[in-house]
Design a protein around this ligand. Structure first.
Ligand code: NAD
Ligand code: ZN
Length: 355
């Protein structure tokens, strides 16, 4: 029986269709993967709804969505030594890089100018039955790590990388702005790095309840009419002192100001959220407190760390999945993600025989 490659193709804004495409063969250094679970990210929803993110990433040709993925190896190309066995269960790092530039050679391949990144135009994604990927960006999952957890390694990696950028360490008090999937993953990562207390903010009380259940030691609702200075004082009161580290995961101008006012003098403020392309900073405070502000972009070498931390039980990402759909129901999955209910919508790409 010949297999087919049902795929979720975005033709243009608001035009997402399930179509059959040929199954590609793996080239040198690549593996062919039968996709298992693919999580929907806010960026997938943006491309679907608006056909672009800002002026830099514009959908100009049909592309697949999906970059939070796990899979099973179905074929191995020439020269691949790891993972080498058909049937291996794997998590996919959505990168492909040139391996030759300064960034790649100095270990900062997330900054490679020739980067390929799944589901970021002009690069296509992996929300399909089959996908071919560079074998060095595919990581074997131990038996006790599920395919859903494997797919969640992508947002978790954003949190892990932000904590590494922040040089977060044992005993730190931490402020995380925004309780979306990325803020929650930053919170889980900060705890795993040894934070003594993590306070998570949001404007949505439902998201804060979720953060609390997931393990945030404190939550703080941002309400209309409060100033950033007032909230900064509340953060210090809640944490027992001003945070050593702040990780911004909301994309809100308010949080950028709050990060500067709240972080303790000499502390580190890492910005992950993308809000408007230009934001303002309270520069006098920033200078007088010698706050180090750092950008954090995607991740570098986080997959194996994430797999090991999930496998040993020190990070539990599984509860992030609140809604599940099959590949055939991709449109309903995207509608659910767009509606903002729950936290992570997961699509099962495996073929289920009709009963
Ligand atoms: P999300 O939209 O699901 O979550 C953002 C959360 O911030 C929401 O819960 C929202 O209610 C909350 N929020 C809005 N205004 C706020 C305020 N004033 N104070 C506190 N919370 C507020 O998005 P997500 O998927 O969790 O991603 C978070 C951000 O990270 C986005 O801006 C996204 O573009 C960015 N991102 C960056 C990277 C990177 O590599 N740097 C990777 C992935 C996502
Ligand atoms: Zn490079």
């Amino acid at each position: 029986m010949s297999d087919t490659n049902l795929s979720a193709v975005l033709f243009k804004a608001k035009d997402l269709q399930l179509v059959e495409r040929p199954i590609c063969e793996p080239g040198k250094g690549e593996v062919q993967l039968c996709m298992q679970k693919v999580g929907i990210c806010g960026s997938d929803v943006h491309y679907w709804q608006e056909g672009r993110i800002g002026d830099r990433f514009v959908v100009q040709a049909p592309m697949l969505l999906g970059h939070e993925c796990s899979a099973t190896v179905t074929k191995v190309g020439d020269g691949v030594t790891h993972p080498k066995s058909v049937g291996d269960r794997v998590a996919i790092e959505p990168h492909g890089v040139c391996r030759k530039c300064d960034a790649c050679k100095t270990g900062r391949y997330n900054l490679c100018p020739d980067v390929f990144f799944l589901a970021t135009p002009p690069d296509s994604g992996a929300l399909a039955r089959y996908h071919v990927h560079g074998a060095d960006f595919v990581f074997k999952l131990p038996d006790n790590v599920s395919f859903e957890e494997g797919a969640l390694i992508e947002p978790l990696s954003v949190g892990l990388h932000a904590c590494r950028r922040a040089r977060l360490s044992m005993g730190h008090r931490v402020l995380v702005c925004g309780a979306g999937p990325i803020g929650l993953c930053a919170m889980l990562s900060a705890k795993a790095f040894g934070a003594a207390a993590v306070c998570v903010t949001d404007i949505d009380s439902g998201r804060l309840e979720f953060a609390k259940k997931l393990g945030a030691s404190h939550t703080l609702l941002i309400e209309k009419g409060q100033t950033e200075e007032q909230v900064a004082a509340k953060v210090a009161e809640t944490l027992g002192a001003a945070p050593d580290r702040t990780i911004e995961c909301s994309g809100a101008q308010f949080s950028v100001n709050l990060g500067v006012y709240a972080t303790k003098p000499g502390g580190v403020f890492v910005i992950v959220g993308h809000g408007p392309s230009k934001v303002e900073f309270p520069v006098v405070s920033l200078v007088a407190k010698e706050i180090a502000i750092l950008g954090s972009f995607r991740y570098i070498n986080t997959w194996q760390t994430a797999i090991d931390m999930i496998s040993c039980g020190k990070i539990n990402v599984a509860p992030l999945v609140t809604h599940r759909f099959t590949l055939e129901d991709t449109l309903a999955a995207f509608e659910t993600a767009r509606s903002g209910v729950g936290v992570k919508v997961m699509i099962d790409c495996a073929k289920h025989e009709k009963k």
